[in-house]
Structure formats: structure tokens, C-alpha cells
Ligand binder design. Structure first.
Ligand code: 6GU
Length: 230
């Protein structure tokens, strides 16, 4: 999978060299390229923002540098997907991560700052690629960079080969619509706290039933909205 990131803060993405995603890049599973939006400015001050039409606080990112950047990065055949991290977007959830990993071979992340990017950029881009505006959740970040990092990690780990043992992908929170069960390792007693008996029983069916119960109980307690009868 190829991933391009356009940002005015390329240094945010140095952590992509670390850990599992760093290894996936070295192994050639993820081909990640970070671009500085200011490369596509033409004025002496490398300006990327201006005041909003209609008034209001803050600045808006100018369309011209974005169009120049995207023109050079998007594939000509329309096969690219433009991902725009924004708190005004569709909630980014595991099914979207799965779909981006399985069905989209070239992701381009447009990281906005300030009050966002001139809306015409997305109307213009929609004739050249698919455009998805995605939100991490109902809170506000200063820009799209940290959100893009989270999305790239969530999508990247679903690309075949990135996570060594594919079985570890299935028994996780959100993969089956429930939160995951609690995990324990040795020692069996630690500071007077015991690992639940059933996990020491070696009885696979009972272990599976207990874990499922724990998932349902935890989901009901902290995320009742995820249950079908919500
Ligand atoms: Cl995707 N972007 C920004 N700037 N803030 C957010 C967000 C995204 N998701 C939640 N808050």
C-alpha cells in the first residue's frame, strides 16, 4: 500500500519509522511519503492560509497550494483515495479501517491546520479521486496530523504481513463489535491478586465462554451504544 501525507509539519511523522509500521516500511509493505505543503507555495513567505470569507476567527488554508500538491500526488487513473482528517467528518471506526486497508491501494492524507482547508479543494478533488472526510471522535485537535497518524496505524496494521501473527488481529476490541476481554500472564498470584480460575483450567470451551461474558459485560458497562439493543 502506498500512503502520501501532505502537511505543514512533516516532522510530526518521524514516528512512522518506529515499531511495527517502521518495520513494515523497511519490508516494503507500506510505502509512506511525507510532503511539506509549503513546497507548493509560490510567494516569498510561503503562505498557506488567509482570512475566512464571511468573517470569523482563525485562518483558512488557501486552495492553490493544495491543488498543486494534490495534482502532483494523486494518480491520473482515479485510483487514489483522499483522506481528510476533520472533527466534522464521518466517525472513523474499525470497519472503515478494514475497508481502507482492503480496497484502497493509494491513500493520500490531507492534514489541515487552522480552521481547515478551503472547501472547494474537496469539490475539485472529487472529480479526480474518492474523497473521505473522517473524524477520530468528538473532541478537537489542533490539526489533522495526530489524527492522520492514528488512522495510518489503524489501517497499516491491517495490511497483510504488517502484523506478524494475523490471529492477533481477530481477538481485539471492535473486531467482533465488542470490547476485548481482560488478559493475564504469569505469575498466577501477584500481590495477592489471583488470575481467574477458569483461565488456569485448560478447558477451552469454558475459557471461550468466560471471555465472551467478560466482553459483553464490559461493553454493557462502558459502551452500551455498541450493543444491538442500544
Ligand atoms: Cl480527524 N481532526 C482534528 N483536527 N480534530 C479532530 C479529529 C480530526 N478527530 C477528532 N478531533
Amino acid at each position: 500500500m502506498r500512503i502520501d501525507i501532505v502537511t505543514i509539519f512533516p516532522e510530526f511523522f518521524s514516528v512512522l519509522d518506529v515499531s511495527l509500521l517502521g518495520k513494515a516500511r523497511v519490508d516494503g509493505l507500506l510505502d509512506v511519503h511525507v510532503h511539506d505543503l509549503r513546497h507548493w507555495t509560490t510567494d516569498r513567505h510561503r503562505t498557506v492560509d488567509d482570512t475566512p470569507y464571511g468573517g470569523g476567527a482563525g485562518m483558512v488554508m488557501k486552495p492553490e497550494p493544495w491543488a498543486q500538491a494534490l495534482s502532483s500526488i494523486l494518480r491520473e487513473d482515479g485510483s487514489s483515495t483522499l483522506v481528510v482528517p476533520t472533527p466534522a467528518g464521518t466517525p472513523f471506526r474499525q470497519p472503515i479501517a478494514r475497508s481502507l486497508a482492503a480496497e484502497h491501494d493509494h491513500l493520500v492524507f490531507a492534514c489541515g491546520r487552522y480552521e481547515g482547508i478551503d472547501a472547494r479543494v474537496f469539490a475539485w478533488a472529487a472529480s479526480r479521486c474518492s474523497v473521505v472526510e473522517l473524524s477520530l471522535g468528538d473532541y478537537v485537535l489542533n490539526g489533522g496530523e495526530v489524527a492522520a497518524m492514528a488512522m495510518i496505524e489503524a489501517v497499516g496494521r491491517l495490511v497483510p504481513g504488517v502484523v506478524g501473527n494475523p490471529e492477533s488481529l481477530v481477538e481485539e476490541s471492535h473486531e467482533d463489535g465488542l470490547l476485548e476481554y481482560p488478559s493475564y500472564t504469569k505469575p498466577a498470584v501477584w500481590r495477592d491478586l489471583e488470575v481467574p480460575d477458569v483461565l488456569l483450567s485448560g478447558h477451552h470451551a469454558r475459557v471461550a465462554a468466560w471471555r465472551h461474558e467478560q466482553q459483553v459485560e464490559r461493553t454493557r458497562r462502558v459502551r452500551p451504544d455498541l450493543l444491538p439493543d442500544a
